[in-house]
Design a protein around this ligand. Sequence first.
Ligand SMILES: [Zn+2]
Ligand SMILES: [Zn+2]
Length: 172
Amino acid sequence: MQIDVDRIPKEGLKIRRDFDFPSLELVEECVVFLQPVHADVAVDKIGEEVRVKGRVTAHLSFVCSRCLTPFEFPVDSRFDLVFLPEELHELKDGLGEEDLDQLFYKDREIDIREVILEQLNLTFPAKPLCSEGCEGICAVCGQIRRDSHCACLAQEPEGRLSQLKNLLKDKR
Ligand SMILES: [Zn+2]
Ligand SMILES: [Zn+2]
């Protein structure tokens, strides 16, 4: 969804719509969209500067990186971005003033879909967890610890440690 920078009216643009993203485009592969991604965006042009401000909401399902159970993940993220024309980037490069956080638009266009995708990806956790204290899967019996409360877990790390100690003793 390209926005022509030169055709942004004085009063700005309001974009309110849903977006669909294939999971290929997401930083996290095991994501299921329970609802389409909704974006509410205001685009304003001040001189050559384009301000893209808005909110992205979504309802996703992630797979917990510890216990592999799917869990729901609501996204409600606000953003406020300023884009400058690409020509300014080249100018800055020449001066050796690289500002990594600065965004630029190319060919007098801004792809709003890309902006939304980027914002969505930013909300994703590096390691999705169903809960902060998820204990994952028991290495002994293979059950999800949260559900099974199996008895083997409590002693497991201790057991391994003493096994290792014994092994070291034997070697001496
Ligand atoms: Zn989990
Ligand atoms: Zn167990």
